[in-house]
Ligand binder design. Structure first.
Ligand code: HEM
Length: 493
C-alpha cells in the first residue's frame, strides 16, 4: 500500500515521534500557558494518523524502523479485515517492550493460535460464570460506588472555594477494585497502601513504555538493558509487579479449596489440577501463564474503563443540557429512592445513547491493539506480506463520514430512532471487532452503566466557576485519556 516516505533507520517512526513529542510537551496536557501560535499547529496523534488516509487512501503503509506497518481506516476496510479476513488478521506482532514485559503469554499479546484460544475461552467463560453472571457482580460494583459517592460528598463539602474535585483517583480505585474482586477475590479500601502501590506501579509502567524515551526500545531493543534512566526504571517496575502478583498467586495456592474457588486465580488453579489429573502433559495452563493473565486483566480492564467514565463526566460538564436530560430520564425511571440497577438498562435509552455517543467521540483505544498478518495475503487490491503489523484505526471508524452524519458533532440522538428507542449501530465499535474483540466488553458495559447512572442520579457536576474546559483532544498514551480537569460536585438529594 502507498504511504509517506520513510526516514533512514527510524522509518516513519521519527516523523511520528517528533510531532507527537512536541504535541505532548506543549499542547497535549492542557497547554494553557503555551502561545496560541504553537498549539494551533499541533495535531493529536490519532487525528494525524487519520488525516494521512486523506492523502494515501484508507489502506496505507508506514515503516517503524524496519517493520512494515499498514494502517486500516474507515468502517468498511476495518470490518473487512477484522471480520471477513479474521483468519489472516488476528495475530499479534512482537513489540519489543511488550514482548519483554509479557513473554507473549496471557491473552492480549499472545500469538493467535490454539494456546491463545484455550486461555481466552477459559477466562471468558470464567468471567461470565463466576462473578459476571450478571447479577452477582452487581453488588460488588454498587458497593464500590457507595464508597465513591460518600467520598465525593465529603470532597464536595471540603471544596468551599469551588476549585473543583479531580475524579480520577476515585474512579480508578473503583474500577480496579472490580478487577481485583474478580481476579484476586478481594476488594481494597481506596486508602489501602499496598493496593495503591500496585496501581501506581502499573500506571507508572504503562506511562513509561508509552510516554518516555523507553518507546525507543521498540526500535533498538538493546536499550532495555541500559543501567540508567527510564530504562532501568522499566526493569524495576517489572520486577516489583512480578513480586506482588507472584506473592498473591502463592497465597492462593497455599489456601486453595478446590470445591470452593474464590476467584479467577482459584478457578485457574483448579483447571490446572484437572488437566494434570487427566494426564494433559502439553497443557498451557500453568502458574506462569496465570501470572500474565492477571496482569492483562488489570492493564486491559482498568485504564480503559476509568478513562471512559472520565470522558463521560467531562462531556456532561461541557454539555450541561445533556446532563440534565440524562438526570431527568433517570429520575423518571429510577426515582430518588433506590440506586439504578442493570435491570433499568433497557428503560434508559437517552442515557445509553449519551454514553455511546461519548464513546464514539472519544474512542479510548483509538488504534485498537496492533494486529499482525499471519500469512502473505491479497487485501483489497494490495499485497500484505506475512508479519506486517496491522493497525485498525478505530478512531477513523467513529469519524467516518460515510457512516456517521456530521461525525465531529456531539449528538446522542444519533443513537435513537423517531420513537426515542435505542438504535444499535454496527459501525459503533469502541471494543473492536472480530476474533480479538475486547474480552471484557460485557463487564465494561455493566460498570459504565452503573457508574454513570449512579453518579448522575446522586450529583450534579459543573465546571468550576470561571474555568474553561480542558482541550477535548485528550492525551494519547496506551489509551486516550481526557486532559486533566476538575468539577464541582453538588448533591441532588
Ligand atoms: C482488547 C477496548 C475494557 C480485557 C480490547 C481491544 C479494544 C478494547 C479496542 C482491542 C481489540 C483488537 O485488538 O482488535 C476496551 C474498552 C474498554 C475495555 C473501550 C472499557 C470501556 C476491558 C475490560 C477487560 C478487558 C474491563 C477485562 C476484564 C481485554 C482483553 C483484550 C482486550 C483481555 C485482548 C483480547 C484478545 O487479544 O484476544 N479492549 N476494553 N477490556 N480487552 Fe478491552
Amino acid at each position: 500500500p502507498p504511504g509517506p516516505k520513510p526516514w533512514p533507520i527510524v522509518g516513519n517512526f521519527g516523523g511520528f515521534l517528533v510531532p507527537n513529542f512536541i504535541w505532548r510537551r506543549f499542547g497535549g496536557r492542557g497547554g494553557e500557558d503555551v502561545p496560541k501560535s504553537k498549539t494551533r499547529t499541533l495535531i493529536s496523534p490519532q487525528v494525524l494518523i487519520t488525516e494521512q488516509a486523506k492523502v494515501y487512501g484508507n489502506i496505507y503503509s508506514m515503516w517503524v524502523g524496519s517493520q512494515l506497518v499498514v494502517v486500516l481506516n474507515g468502517y468498511e476496510v476495518v470490518r473487512d479485515a477484522l471480520s471477513n479476513r479474521a483468519d489472516v488478521f488476528s495475530d499479534r506482532p512482537e513489540i519489543p517492550t511488550v514482548t519483554i514485559m509479557t513473554k507473549r503469554k496471557g491473552i492480549v499479546f499472545a500469538p493467535y493460535g490454539p494456546v491463545w484460544r484455550r486461555q481466552r475461552k477459559f477466562c471468558h467463560t470464567t468471567l461470565r460464570n463466576f462473578g459476571l453472571g450478571k447479577l452477582s457482580l452487581e453488588p460488588c460494583i454498587l458497593e464500590g460506588l457507595a464508597v465513591v459517592k460518600s467520598e465525593l460528598l465529603r470532597l464536595s463539602e471540603e471544596d468551599t472555594e469551588g476549585s473543583g474535585v479531580d475524579l480520577t483517583p476515585l474512579i480508578t480505585n473503583s474500577v480496579s477494585n472490580v478487577i481485583s474482586y474478580i481476579a484476586l477475590g478481594q476488594r481494597f479500601h481506596h486508602a489501602d497502601r499496598e493496593f495503591g502501590a500496585l496501581l501506581d506501579l502499573m500506571a507508572r509502567g504503562l506511562e513509561i513504555i508509552a510516554n518516555s524515551a523507553a518507546v525507543l526500545i521498540n526500535v533498538f531493543p538493546l536499550l532495555y538493558y541500559l543501567p540508567f534512566g527510564v530504562f532501568r526504571e522499566v526493569r524495576q517496575v517489572e520486577r516489583d509487579i512480578t513480586a506482588f502478583l507472584k506473592q498473591i498467586i502463592t497465597r492462593h495456592r497455599e489456601t486453595l479449596d478446590p470445591a470452593n474457588p474464590r476467584d479467577l486465580i482459584d478457578m485457574y488453579l483448579v483447571e490446572m489440577l484437572a488437566q494434570e489429573a487427566a494426564g494433559e502433559t502439553d497443557s498451557s495452563f500453568s502458574e506462569d501463564y496465570l501470572f500474565y493473565i492477571i496482569g492483562d486483566l488489570f492493564i486491559a480492564g482498568t485504564d480503559t474503563t476509568t478513562n471512559t467514565v472520565l470522558w463521560m463526566m467531562l462531556y456532561m460538564v461541557v454539555y450541561p443540557d445533556i446532563q440534565e436530560r440524562v438526570q431527568a430520564e433517570i429520575d423518571a425511571v429510577v426515582g430518588p429512592d433506590r440506586v439504578p440497577s442493570l435491570t433499568d438498562k433497557g428503560s434508559l435509552p437517552f442515557t445509553e445513547a449519551t454514553m455511546m455517543e461519548v464513546q464514539r467521540m472519544t474512542v479510548v483505544v483509538p488504534l485498537a491493539i496492533p494486529h499482525m498478518a499471519s500469512e502473505t495475503t491479497e487485501f483489497r487490491g494490495y499485497t500484505i506480506p506475512k508479519g506486517t503489523v496491522i493497525i485498525p484505526n478505530l478512531w477513523s471508524v467513529h469519524r467516518d463520514s460515510t457512516v456517521w452524519e456530521e461525525p465531529d458533532d456531539f449528538n446522542p440522538s444519533r443513537f435513537l430512532d423517531d420513537q426515542g428507542k435505542l438504535l444499535r449501530k454496527e459501525c459503533f465499535i469502541p471494543f473492536g471487532i472480530g476474533r480479538r474483540v475486547c474480552m471484557g466488553e460485557q463487564l465494561a458495559k455493566m460498570e459504565l452503566f452503573l457508574m454513570f447512572t449512579s453518579l448522575l442520579q446522586a450529583f450534579s457536576f459543573r465546571l468550576p466557576e470561571g474555568l474553561a474546559p480542558p482541550p477535548m483532544h485528550g492525551r494519547f498514551g496506551l489509551t486516550l485519556a481526557p486532559c486533566p480537569y476538575t468539577v464541582t460536585v453538588r448533591p441532588r438529594q
